[in-house]
Design a protein around this ligand. Structure first.
Ligand SMILES: Nc1ncnc2c1ncn2[C@@H]1O[C@H](COP(=O)(O)OP(=O)(O)OP(=O)(O)O)[C@@H](O)[C@H]1O
Ligand SMILES: [Mg+2]
Length: 266
C-alpha cells in the first residue's frame, strides 16, 4: 500500500479502513478492503462499475442495510461503525452521494440551516444568528455560482444533475468537515461547472482535512489533483499509485485487474 506523501510523524491518520467486509441483502460486496488516508491528503478511488465504491461511502455514512461483518473504519482513531449517522457527521464526516436525494417541501436554505445548527449543537457550539447564517450561505453560494433563488426551492427538487452536485459542494463548504467523500461529483457536470465545483473542492483542501474522490474520469483529477489513486475491484483495493495511475487506467482500462482478481479467486 502506498503511503501518502504528507504523513507527519506519529500522526493518527484521518481515515483507516482495515479489512472491511460488507454485505448488502446477504450479498458480499466489500471483502477485505484496506485504505489509509492521512490528514491533508486527497485520494481518488477509481474502479469498474459495481466494484463497491458507492458501497464504501454508504457504509461509512451508516446507511441502513449495509452491514459491516468484519473489519474497522476509524476516523482519527475513533470507530465509526459504532456511531449513529448523525454522530458521524458531527465528528466531521461528510458524504456527497452519487445520487443526491430530493426532499420536497423543505427549502434548501432551511435544510442547510438545520444541518449546520444540528452539527454545531453536537459540537457544543451556539446556533448561528440569522444574519450570520444568511451571509455565510450567500458567500458560499456565490463562490459556487449558485443562484440564491435556487436556495428557496425544495432540496434538490427539480434541480438539474449539475445543480444537485453544486448543492452538495455548498453543503460541504458550510459544514467544514474533516473527511469528505465525494461520490462521482463530476458526473453530469458541464465543462464550466466541473471547473467551478473542482475549485470549490480545492478551496476546502487543508492540512487538517482529507478527501476521497470517487470518479470514473481522469478529467476530474486534472482539476482536483490527488496525492494517491486507488483501483477498487471486486470489493478490494487492488492497486495504489500516484496521480499518473489515473492516466494509465484511462489508457488501459480495468481488464488486467479483473483478471488478476479472477485468478486470485479461482
Ligand atoms: N440491495 C442489493 N442487493 C444485491 N446487490 C446489491 C445491492 N445493492 C448493491 N448491490 C450490488 O453491489 C455491487 C456494488 O455496488 P456499488 O454501487 O458499490 O458499485 P460502484 O463501484 O459504486 O459502481 P458504479 O461505478 O456503477 O457507481 C453491485 O454489483 C450492486 O449490484
Ligand atoms: Mg457508485
Amino acid at each position: 500500500m502506498i503511503e501518502g506523501r504528507l504523513r507527519r510523524n506519529n500522526e493518527v491518520p484521518m481515515l483507516e479502513v482495515k479489512n472491511l467486509h460488507v454485505t448488502v441483502d446477504g450479498k458480499q460486496i466489500l471483502n477485505g478492503l484496506d485504505l489509509t488516508v492521512n490528514k491533508g491528503e486527497v485520494h481518488a478511488i477509481m474502479g469498474p462499475n459495481g466494484s463497491g465504491k458507492s458501497t464504501l461511502s454508504y457504509v461509512m455514512a451508516g446507511k441502513p442495510g449495509y452491514e459491516a461483518t468484519q473489519g474497522q473504519i476509524l476516523l482519527e482513531g475513533e470507530d465509526l461503525l459504532t456511531m449513529e449517522p448523525d454522530e458521524r457527521a458531527a465528528k466531521g464526516l461528510f458524504l456527497a452521494f452519487q445520487y443526491p436525494l430530493e426532499i420536497p417541501g423543505v427549502a434548501t436554505m432551511t435544510f442547510l440551516r438545520t444541518a449546520l445548527n444540528a452539527q454545531r449543537k453536537k459540537r457544543g457550539q451556539d446556533e448561528l444568528s440569522t444574519p450570520a447564517f444568511l451571509k455565510m450561505v450567500r458567500d458560499a453560494a456565490a463562490k459556487l455560482e449558485i443562484d440564491p433563488e435556487m436556495l428557496r426551492r425544495g432540496v434538490n427538487v427539480g434541480f438539474s444533475g449539475g445543480e444537485k452536485k453544486r448543492n452538495e459542494v455548498l453543503q460541504m463548504a458550510l459544514l467544514e468537515p474533516r473527511l469528505c467523500v465525494l461520490d462521482e461529483t463530476d458526473s453530469g457536470l458541464d465543462i464550466d461547472a466541473l471547473k467551478i465545483v473542482s475549485d470549490g473542492v480545492n478551496r476546502l483542501r487543508s492540512p487538517d482535512r482529507a478527501m476521497i474522490v470517487i470518479t470514473h474520469y481522469q478529467r476530474l483529477l486534472e482539476h482536483i489533483v490527488p496525492d494517491v489513486v486507488h483501483v477498487l475491484s471486486r470489493g478490494r483495493i487492488v492497486r495504489s499509485g500516484g496521480k499518473d495511475l489515473a492516466l494509465e487506467l484511462e489508457a488501459r482500462g480495468y481488464a488486467e485487474y479483473q483478471q488478476e482478481e479472477a485468478a486470485l479467486v479461482s
